[in-house]
Design a protein around this ligand. Structure first.
Ligand SMILES: [Fe+2]
Ligand SMILES: [Fe+2]
Length: 171
C-alpha cells in the first residue's frame, strides 16, 4: 500500500512538471497522421507526456522482442491509448482525487459514479470513450486494443494488449 501511494505521488510529480521537447514533437509527427495528432493534442499535456513515455517503453520492448510485434501499430496504440481523456475534462487536483480514490477506496468511487460524478465517469470509462473516437476515424484495430486497456486480463488477450498494459503500468 505504501509503495503504491509512493508510486502515485511520483507519477504526479512527474506529470505536473511534464513538458514535450522538440524531439518529442518530431516523434509524434513521425508516428501519427494529421487526424491522429488532432486526437493526441486534444489531451492534457500531462496525458500527452504519459502517452509518449508509454510509446518509448514500447520501443524498448520492440528491440528486445523475439516474436515480431507490429511495432508501428503498437506505438500508435501507445500514443493514442488515453485519448478518451480530453484537456479541460478535469483539473489537476480533480485528477489527483479520482486516481487516489479509485485506487484506494474503490467502493466509494463506485458510489460517486452511481451518483453521477462526471469526472469519475471519464476517468473510469476513458478506454471505451477513446475507442469510440478511434472508430470514428476508422482505426478499428487500434480501437479494439484501446477499449480493453484497463479491463481485467484474460487468456485470449492479444499480445499487443498485454504489452500495452505493461508499458502503461510502468509509466
Ligand atoms: Fe488509460
Ligand atoms: Fe495510460
Amino acid at each position: 500500500m505504501i509503495s503504491s501511494i509512493f508510486k502515485r505521488v511520483k507519477q504526479f510529480y512527474r506529470a505536473i512538471s511534464a513538458k514535450l521537447t522538440a524531439d518529442d514533437q518530431i516523434y509524434i509527427s513521425t508516428h501519427l497522421s494529421a487526424q491522429e495528432q488532432k486526437l493526441f493534442f486534444a489531451m492534457d499535456v500531462v496525458d500527452q507526456y504519459h502517452s509518449l513515455k508509454v510509446a518509448y517503453t514500447i520501443e524498448r520492448f520492440a528491440i528486445e522482442d523475439k516474436q515480431g510485434i507490429d511495432r508501428e501499430f503498437l506505438i500508435r496504440c501507445a500514443l493514442l491509448h488515453d485519448i478518451g481523456r480530453v484537456k479541460g475534462d478535469m483539473s489537476t487536483l480533480q485528477k489527483v482525487f479520482v486516481v487516489l480514490i479509485s485506487a484506494f477506496f474503490p467502493n466509494f468511487a463506485d458510489k460517486l459514479e452511481r451518483n453521477g460524478s462526471h469526472i469519475l465517469y471519464i476517468y473510469r470509462h476513458h478506454a471505451e470513450i477513446g475507442a469510440k473516437k478511434l472508430q470514428e476515424i476508422e482505426l478499428y484495430r487500434e480501437s479494439k486494443i484501446i477499449a480493453r486497456h484497463h479491463s481485467p486480463p484474460s487468456d485470449d488477450d492479444p499480445r499487443e494488449l498485454k504489452l500495452l498494459r505493461i508499458a502503461d503500468d510502468k509509466n
